[in-house]
Write a protein that binds this ligand. Structure first.
Ligand code: FE
Length: 354
């Protein structure tokens, strides 16, 4: 692929996004090829990625310029076209990882170290996206009103004993779409739809709020079962204000035992990275990507956000260790992505959010 060799004017003004800061990065305009730097467009928050970039710069001397935003980075890269200064894109969720590939703003990276450090199910078979951290979407059950071992599978949440007792965020939220996609992959479209109808019938209230709001609703007695991602539980436990709510629930990894789907493992999702299609600092971008799957970087991810390192063998944080080992659904994330469209249709067909 031929790269534009001209001066990349856009490189001179990477504006901080969501953070709202008016900081401008300046590069040594015109000599981009000589500058030891790499430009990251990040949907992940500063507190999480800044410690990683500091280490990377310390080790390599390569400066990391970051644009942070909660949304709109894809569109921005599309608009910037061949002149985009973006080298590496960091984002969460399989939907967003495959979304940037579908928008044509990524390029494949062939690097043995990426393949060695990231299990096959956690990266794109075509090498456009790579997982960095793993999170599970689990059940949170009221310690008071749900007995230990009373809920063991996603499937059993449709049992009529849970009528009016389940809280969950919007069905079209990416995390829930991925979970429903996994149900399609394991059970087929019709069974997945029936499952969602069953969940809807058991809801305590209309889907609303974020994952933490569901746990809080359990703590307040509005429902007895919530569905949410693992790291939010850590966030709540670490915050004196939210800690009591977190302590009112028990984390349950579903589908841990039994034959067939019952024992397939808890659903997991990813945060990850991709190299931008027109990356002006391709070598440094690859260097950074390799660093992010190193033991050191993976350990920082584990500590700072209480996620599971994608690289096997890297220690979990103390808090995460305390939740115990669990079996993760081995379904490749690329397979989950394949069912996304149908999953969204099913949510709409069932009127899940209404
Ligand atoms: Fe999240």
């Amino acid at each position: 692929m031929k790269k534009a060799a001209g001066i990349r004017t856009a490189m001179r003004s990477l504006v901080m996004g969501a953070a709202g800061a008016a900081a401008l990065f300046t590069s040594s305009g015109g000599s981009a090829a000589l500058a030891q730097e790499v430009n990251v467009y990040s949907y992940r928050q500063p507190y999480l990625v800044e410690p990683l970039f500091a280490k990377f710069t310390e080790q390599t001397g390569v400066k990391v310029n970051v644009v942070f935003a909660e949304k709109g980075l894809d569109e921005r890269i599309v608009a910037e076209g061949e002149n985009s200064p973006a080298d590496v894109i960091l984002t969460t969720d399989i939907a967003r990882l495959t979304g940037i590939v579908e928008k044509g703003i990524t390029q494949p990276v062939e690097a043995p170290a990426l393949e060695e450090n990231i299990p096959a199910g956690y990266r794109d078979p075509d090498n456009h996206w790579f997982g960095l951290t793993v999170r599970s979407r689990v059940v949170y059950a009221s310690k008071e009103r749900v007995a230990e071992g009373e809920v063991t599978t996603y499937e059993a949440l449709t049992d009529e004993k849970w009528k009016g007792r389940i809280c969950v965020r919007s069905g079209t939220n990416n995390y829930n779409i991925a979970l429903l996609s996994s149900m399609i992959a394991h059970h087929g479209e019709q069974a997945a739809k029936d499952w969602l109808i069953g969940i809807k019938e058991n809801l305590a209230r209309k889907p609303q709020g974020n994952d933490r709001a569901q746990i809080k609703a359990v703590a307040q007695g509005e429902c007895d079962i919530a569905i949410g991602n693992t790291y939010y539980y850590a966030v709540m436990l670490n915050d004196p204000e939210q800690r009591p709510a977190a302590e009112a629930v028990r984390m349950v990894f579903p589908n841990q035992s039994g034959d067939g789907p019952a024992g397939r493992g808890a659903h997991v999702n990813l945060s990850g990275m991709a190299m931008a299609k027109h990356a002006p600092h391709r070598d440094n971008a690859e260097k950074l990507m390799l660093f992010l799957v190193s033991d050191e970087a993976q350990h920082i991810y584990a500590e700072v956000n209480n996620e599971y390192p994608v690289k096997p063998g890297v220690a979990w944080s103390e808090m995460v260790k305390g939740w115990g080992e669990f079996k993760a659904d081995p379904l490749p994330l690329s397979e989950i992505a394949r069912h996304r469209r149908r999953a969204i249709e099913i949510v709409n067909e069932t009127g899940f959010n209404d």
